[in-house]
Design a binder for this molecule. Sequence first.
Ligand code: GAF
Length: 388
Amino acid sequence: MSNPAQRANKLFVQTFGTTADDLYLAPGRVNLIGEHTDYNDGFVLPAAINFHTIVAVKRREDDIYRAVSDAFPGEIKEWAFGQEGVMTPEDGWVNYLKGFTAAMAASGLPAKGLDIAVVGNVPLGAGLSSSAALELAFGTAVNDCSQLRLSPLAVAQMAQRGENQYVGCACGIMDQMISALGEQDHALLIDCEDFDSEPVHIPDSLILIIVNSNVQRGLVDSEYNLRREQCEEVASHFGLDSLRHLELSQLEAAKSELSDVCYRRARHVLTENRRTQNACHALEAGDISTLSELMAQSHASMRDDFEITVPQIDTLVEIISDVIGPRGGVRMTGGGFGGCVVALVDHELTDAVVEAIEAEYPKQTGLEPTVYLCSASDGATRIDKEVY
Ligand code: GAF
């Protein structure tokens, strides 16, 4: 059975012996440009993708949550609202749900319990935010079922708080916000200082190609948190809360006062903020060769200054870039240390890009790539379980 909504309904019935009331869905995401800028109060330009997590839910009269995932059918996780207990990495996927209810309880928000069945097709561990998709599908369900009337942005912020304070990842707001607010055929320019956002149309002539390097990602959380600390160190050197309002000229003038590593980390963030705003203008103007140049610069900055790419990812970017030239852009996407590259490419080049990846990547790295031809999708929502 391939339809995920049918799978969610079926898993619900199998697990809880009754039918679900409602289904909610939230997308994974790909970031076009603006990497590691969100927790620096900067700019990001992600798009929600047409890969989703779906939760089938039934309201309960008490405050108990019971959840099952199709990755582990038969294994029911149970907790009471506000009594999530200590979360350990071994608990895995359910921590994202518990983090959300713990953050709600800590904010003084009430919520009734739910029975929940989770299914999805967002690739796991690929850097496409299967975790934010899970948080937002669940958070949107809780918000709706308990009639809290939180805005999609507030649900995203609650999810981020859950992940920061309870799951233990110091992520920024990008993944949750785009999963909440994505729009079909659009990327979203987000100003992470004030959470202002603006949809940016992706020209019809372009296709979104995501390629999973299938590099086993290691040390992601510790390296991520270290990058964040290094950025905070530079901000505090200048007496600032974040790198957002630091000028490149100020950074250059103080270069000798900073370690080389911290200087380069900050240079990435400041230049990436500029590139992101410029990429947004280029996309709006349909100026693909400028977009191509900016994405190439972004990749080089992540490789050389922020040091979050790996050789296999660099190889993938080179293979794609050789085929597309100025007719599209390509770069690593997401937190780094493996994961995926994103390419926005003239439709006419799709076959040539896929052929080059499939021929060259295994030869040069010994790894098999996974290619996803995607489109930008809408954000989290309740869905009609009969028609999905
Ligand atoms: C991860 C984080 F969750 C995001 O907040 C963001 O920092 C991203 O890495 C890097 O841009 O996806």
